[in-house]
Write a protein that binds this ligand. Sequence first.
Ligand SMILES: Cc1ncc(COP(=O)(O)O)c(C=O)c1O
Length: 513
Amino acid sequence: MGRKDTVSTPLADRADDETLDLDPEQIKQLGYLASDCIGEYFARLPQLPVFPQTTGDELKNLLSEPLPVDGQAPQEILRQFEQLVIPGCRQNAHSRFWGYVSSPGAIIGAIADLISSALNQNVTSWRSAPAAAQIERLVIDWIKQMVDYPSDAGGLLVSGGSLANLSALMAASRAKAKSDIGAGGLRGSPSQMMIYASKEVHFSIEKAADILGFGRDSVRYISVDAQFKMDVAELAGQIEKDIEQGLAPFCVVGNAGAVNTGAMDPLDDLAEVCRKYDLWFHVDASYGGFAALAPSAKPLFAALDRADSLALDPHKWLYIPIDAGCILYKNTEQARRAFSHSAEYIRVLQESPVESFAFFDHGIELTRRFRALKIWMALKHYGARRLGKCIEADIRMARYLAARVEQSDDFELLAPVELSIVCFRYAPAGLRQKIAASANDRSEQDQINEQLNDLNTAILNRLLRGGKAYISNTTVRGKFALRACIINYRTRQSDIDILLDEVARIGAELAPQ
Ligand SMILES: Cc1ncc(COP(=O)(O)O)c(C=O)c1O
């Protein structure tokens, strides 16, 4: 008997419960359910507390359940989502949400995300996702145009500003190192490589220095002036000093919208310093960059094109849903040299420059989602002009908030408002008079400031628990600051009035009599 004759039972075909497939009608029904859920959410949103009225324990109990072994109907899952998950969320799309650096996200982008997940493109390279790769390259071109970055620059989308900063420092270090640190690691580097940034720089720079092996101590923090902009003379002096001591400066990071106050570093001057000492100039424009679309802010970004690399976050001030970050490199070849690795299973066989393009040659990730679709759709739907108008209105709202703070006897503005971040504190007239009266008594002043720090911490806690508005906090020259970052196209002046009324009301309740 031949071997074939020994197979007696035929292999069974796939049964209905061995596939996850749905027919097109079922898919449409599921989509209608999802869009109903989203529509209902936005109808309820204005009434929802901005921060959920719950506790960690309560949510843990509500959302704990055993591993689902058998499935249930989508209607039932969406019902649970509406009842349990939505009320437990911080409502980032609310008109009075101004925490951290977080936009409401444009709905067209959310729809794009749904479609992009349905197609499940893996945008490693052109050959893995031809149209998606082309759309990403087009979106990168549009982003360059929006911030006036050179047309022959390259770049790619990443998860956010932190990854963009990490990618930039990677490219910078490989371009400026005196040895091949890609092959030999930092132990092959003759001297410690140093990075320079203002004290206001985002912590992702220090984190990147740590991840890349330079160490946190390789970041030199340069002082800022009264406007929270980097002191260029101190920067140049520190670089000179470090060179004399045998260290190896390689990169300066400028802020185009620093995270605490929104300050813009003097980018042109920083570019000059970089030119003089042959350093890589990276600009972190994760928060501020797209304000270049707003006519009143555009001049602030005039020197962006001098940066060797630029971190931008469409998921911040371009209102694209999370996640959507972007790194631009002026010289694409330098990025390719830093990131290009190969393996047999990903070897690209195409020969045309377009078809052989691989994003993994220019960044950290291999598998990548089709992030570009949401930016493509949002830009096509709204156009850059409309987005710029929304940004301009955010800046106007921030100025309105700052003006109301300055006009009030109850508040004090703690930093200039350059873009759309407002740092202020509740400081009733009585306490401010005491500070003024103790101008020559530092310890008395410190004591009152401590009192104000405690008071404003308590105000913020109570404000967030109340759910009427959401702002976050920072420290400005030792003072606890209430910090509103307005990158929210839903915000109107009446929302800002509600915030200030609420802070004043809570402040009056909590202030020592
Ligand atoms: C100036 C700046 N850089 C970098 C980041 C990090 O961005 P992401 O949270 O997208 O990683 C932020 C976040 O707020 C930021 O404001």
